[in-house]
Ligand binder design. Structure first.
Ligand code: OOG
Ligand code: MG
Length: 254
């Protein structure tokens, strides 16, 4: 039996103190569902400190992200209110270990999702769509992990910046996406890289949430997964994502 609570406290302390740790799978053997149990237990610690669940995120929904991180499957994690950063505001670099930014598409959920849904049905569950920046900050040394490690570490979740909400009927299956650092494009991609259509992330989230007994509630957010690889960010950087039709979203690293 692996010690779920102990491993949860290790990843949680690493995040809280912005101190890197060795990969848990270096010293412990656990499977994917045990990794999700560690993630859930680490979130419980955040809730006890007063953080609130505001939504979910999917990861590795694009081939480029899987290739960048050397993993082979989709993952999902939880987002809390403490991770939400003000659009156009500041990100305190020292509160992170080795943060990276990636461009995202975010859904605002309209109706509770309680059963598996199809791609055709996905639109009914969406209230609005926004461009977003996700800040990921693996708690593992050198941002290196196995799939089980990254799941246990809440999928590197660390920060989310949301842009303006747009109508849920906006066609999003093939939108140009640019990630800029200090006004220079550093990653260019298309929303089509996200499972062929980011709405498929809603379908996948529904399936995974049911499988792992998490709820997708009205008013919660869902990050579809980055369309491009993530980039390391530095103090002094201005980070901006532009998504065709959805506009821009930015944050300053201080
Ligand atoms: C894991 C998080 C992946 C995405 O959008 O693919 C993710 C990581 O790369 O550290 O958020
Ligand atoms: Mg992401």
């Amino acid at each position: 039996m692996i010690e779920i609570k102990k491993l949860a406290s290790i990843v949680d302390d690493a995040a809280k103190n912005a101190t890197p740790i060795n990969q848990l799978t270096g010293t412990h053997t656990f499977n994917e569902s045990e990794a999700y149990a560690i993630q859930a237990a680490s979130l419980k610690r955040r809730y006890l400190r007063g953080e609130r669940l505001v939504g979910l995120k999917l990861g590795f929904t694009s081939r480029l992200k899987m290739l960048q991180m050397g993993v082979h499957d989709m993952i999902w994690g939880r987002l809390t209110d403490k991770m939400i950063l003000e659009e156009g505001g500041n990100l305190q670099f020292d509160q992170f270990i080795h943060p990276r930014a990636e461009p995202e598409i975010c859904f605002l959920i309209k109706k509770k999702i309680e059963h598996p849904i199809t791609l055709l049905e996905a639109g009914q569950y969406i209230e609005a769509i926004a461009p977003a920046l996700e800040i990921i900050d693996s708690r593992y040394e050198n941002f290196k992990f196995s799939l089980e490690d990254v799941i246990a570490d809440n999928c590197s979740s660390a920060g989310v910046v949301l842009g303006k909400w747009h109508n849920a009927s906006t066609a999003i299956e093939n939108l140009g996406i640019v990630l800029e650092v200090n006004q220079r494009p550093v990653q260019i991609g298309s929303s089509a890289a996200i499972l062929g259509n980011p709405l498929r992330s809603v379908v996948a989230a529904a399936r995974l949430a049911i499988q792992y007994e998490e709820r997708i509630l009205p008013g919660s957010i869902l990050l579809a997964g980055a369309a491009t690889p993530a980039v390391y960010i530095q103090k002094g950087d201005h980070i901006q994502a532009r998504v065709e039709k959805l506009g821009r979203v930015a944050v300053n690293v201080i």
